[in-house]
Design a protein around this ligand. Structure first.
Ligand code: FE2
Length: 343
């Protein structure tokens, strides 16, 4: 087996390749590492055929949908996953063949209803069912401590103690452990009796993950993250630096249409000399009257440089091929000492 482990802060992803056929599967990919996975697969001569999520992640953004689409790879989840973009749903006990490798699915609900562990040769990918020295939490949507107790003590921990454990998270830089080591040393597994285990899980009182609602929204629906929206927009437009704009403002460049898309009060309080006001919320509706010439160079600005990126991308979609955004927002412009004038 060709094997790569990629850590993104605490999140762990795994690339497994068949050494004979070079077909590969990517387990629990993180949106922030898309290029990294593709680089590793290219370096190892692997063709990613499957992208698998061990469960619906609530703490980070899965790259499964994006990679599945880009690579024409099949997105694999458990049958109970809500993800509409999953096109291969495994049930307990089913085997997925990736080249000559055989991966078997073990349905292990508890951390989430759709959690599964994947056994491949000498190792098991435990998702958030079993972590090194811990277990996944059971207090997030579809979590169930009783189900986790059953999944651990009646299923996962009955596997070969020599199996290597590769979890979906580890925050201490460890790569793996074994089932035997976890049975012996994992503090959470010392509460073997069901009632005591459930009580311990219910008393954990953990803080919610930082991006809980956004992660659930995007991982459950296949929708984009806000960062993806911004980076997709940024990839489709050009930017102009503050220094370049300052120089054009100074000589009152007649070629430039400077469009301020902030709200009325912010524009009135102070805007870049020569700027025209068209709030982002009214952009599409007023564009035909305000900007009759689609060939003009339009430079969009806003307070922080995010909304202007989205607005410039929208203008490009509408046919304004010269639409660009100010690199940095009016906040940065103000802080750099460039002039602003009140309305
Ligand atoms: Fe999780």
């Amino acid at each position: 087996m060709i094997f790569e482990q990629v850590a993104t802060e605490g999140c762990q992803s795994y690339l497994l390749g068949c050494s004979q056929t070079h077909a590969a599967i990517l387990i629990d990919p993180n949106l922030r590492q898309m290029d990294h996975y593709l680089g590793l697969a290219a370096r190892d001569g692997l063709r990613i055929r499957y992208v698998l999520d061990t469960h619906t992640h609530a703490d980070h953004f899965s790259a499964a949908r994006e990679l599945g689409r880009n690579l024409s790879a099949r997105v694999v989840t458990h049958r109970l996953s809500p993800a509409p973009y999953a096109d291969f749903r495994l049930c307990d006990g089913e085997i997925l063949r990736v080249g000559q490798m055989r991966l078997s699915a073990l349905h292990t609900p508890g951390h989430t209803r759709d959690s599964m562990c994947i056994v491949a040769e000498d190792r098991v990918f435990t998702g958030d069912t079993l972590l090194i020295g811990g277990t996944g939490r059971t207090d997030l949507p579809t979590g169930d401590p009783e189900a986790l107790h059953d999944s651990l003590f009646n299923r996962l921990l009955k596997l070969d103690p020599a199996l290597k454990v590769f979890p979906a998270h580890d925050y201490k830089g460890r790569s793996h452990s074994t089932i035997g080591d976890e049975i012996a040393g994992n503090p959470r597994l010392q509460k073997r009796e069901r009632g005591a285990f459930v009580a311990m899980m219910r008393e954990l009182n953990l803080a919610a993950p930082t991006h809980l609602t956004e992660a659930l929204r995007t991982n459950m629906s296949g929708g984009k993250t806000v960062a993806q929206m911004l980076s997709d927009a940024a990839a489709n437009i050009a930017f102009i630096s503050m220094a370049e704009l300052a120089e054009r403002v100074k000589r009152s460049d007649p070629e430039l249409v400077l469009l301020d898309v902030r709200e009325k009060d912010a524009f009135a309080a102070g805007h870049i000399p020569g700027a025209r006001h068209l709030p982002r919320g009214q952009l599409e509706l007023r564009v035909n009257t305000e900007l009759p010439d689609p060939t003009r160079r339009i430079l969009v600005c806003c307070e922080f440089g995010h909304i202007s990126t989205l607005a410039a991308a929208t203008l490009r979609e509408l046919g304004f091929t010269q639409a660009a955004a100010l690199d940095g927002g009016i906040k940065a412009w103000r802080e750099s000492g460039f002039p602003l004038i009140p309305d």
